[in-house]
Design a protein around this ligand. Structure first.
Ligand code: TXA
Ligand code: MG
Length: 333
């Protein structure tokens, strides 16, 4: 079924497909505007567990829950503060995950890795919205990649990781944002220093948050649950994520000598040069595809040139955060 057919055809066919996949204990590959997800209904512990198994993801890394509406989100939490309401109204559906106190009657320990909070997001991708509507239950979904590997922005990317016997693929357009959602934790205690903390940078920057919610918003910066867990378990060690199957070198001067696509000789190794361009939104959209695209024959590593990207810009900081975790080496002046 093509993407256009999917959006025009009867929902019944898709609903049946989704239901039978879930009955067969297959997960759903969820196309979203940020990256593709690997989804299971929150009320199926067996399928939620399968997410961790297929991804080879440690159980200390909590999942984000996807909803179709604000009303659905409210049922998953213990309180819905005015700030959550404003965030949802301003940025949903879209690339913002809101972390709030979870309702333990509907959100399991498995989903939140034992935390008393849960991350919730209403995606804007039309296929994600259709799937959420037809399944009728919120979907727990991390990015659809193996743990530490590059996040996928199309079904083709996901197919590198998971087979049809384990997951259901549904036709969807490529992700337009390209970076995972911004994660913000809303502080519900009176004496909190900040109104919210940005736990993962993304397209919704602190500037955008202030634009929508007012300059007086007190914003802190923190770490996501998996980064906190990493620091506890492996203090001082580089946190690895977003890695393709070859080494990545981030460089800010490669383009002065070589054009994108050209190979750089290093003794008996050849490295392929790729550029992210100088438009931050396009660089974000193309980042994971740029990391994953198979190398030219003969090349054994990838040089990502970041010339032209101003890393004081907040979207570029979100890009930099991913590059930093993906790269083995930096050649920055
Ligand atoms: O854009 C996205 O957010 C994508 C799409 C599929 O929606 N999802 C995604 O999920 O990136 P995942 O699991 O790959 O990354 C979510 C991160 C986790 O690594 C976890 O550390 C953090 O969010 N997280 C989830 N719940 C949290 C919580 N309650 N507190 C702090 N961090 C949390
Ligand atoms: Mg991920």
């Amino acid at each position: 079924m093509s993407y256009t057919q999917l959006m025009e055809n009867s929902d019944l066919e898709l609903k049946r497909k989704l239901e039978s996949a879930l009955l067969e204990e297959r997960l759903i590959v969820l196309p979203t505007e940020t990256v593709y997800g690997l989804a299971a209904p929150i009320n199926s512990p067996k399928l939620v567990e399968k997410i961790f198994k297929l991804k080879e993801r440690p159980l200390f890394d909590p999942l984000i829950v996807h909803v179709s509406s604000e009303a659905e989100a409210k049922k998953l939490v213990l309180g819905w503060p005015a700030l959550a309401q404003k965030l949802a109204q301003s940025f949903w559906p879209g690339p913002l995950t809101i972390v709030l106190k979870r309702n333990p009657e509907v959100i399991s320990d498995l989903i939140t890795a034992g935390l008393d909070t849960v991350g919730i997001r209403a995606p804007s991708h039309p296929v994600a919205r259709k799937i959420l509507e037809l399944v009728g239950v919120p979907l727990a979904a991390p990015s659809a990649n193996k743990f530490t590997k590059t996040s996928p922005t199309s079904n083709e990317h996901v197919k590198k990781y998971f087979s049809d016997s384990d997951v259901l693929y549904i036709e969807g357009e490529e992700s337009t944002v390209g970076l995972e959602s911004t994660i913000v934790e809303v502080h519900q205690d009176e004496d909190s220093e900040f109104d919210l903390t940005i736990l993962r940078r993304g397209l919704i920057t602190s500037e955008r948050l202030k634009q929508e919610l007012g300059d007086e918003l007190r914003i802190g910066f923190g770490k996501s649950a998996v980064e906190v867990a990493h620091e506890i378990k492996a203090p001082g060690m580089h946190y690895i994520h977003y890695r393709p199957d070859w080494p990545v070198i981030v460089c800010d001067r490669a383009l002065e000598k070589l054009a994108p696509g050209e190979l750089q000789d290093f003794t008996d190794e050849k490295f392929e040069v790729r550029s992210l361009g100088n438009d931050p939104m396009l660089a974000a959209r193309n980042l994971y595809a740029t990391l994953q695209k198979p190398l030219k024959e003969g090349a054994s590593a990838l040089i990502i040139d970041v010339q032209g990207l101003d890393f004081n810009d907040e979207i570029n900081m979100a890009l930099w955060d991913r590059l930093h975790k993906a790269a083995s080496l930096f050649l920055i002046h």
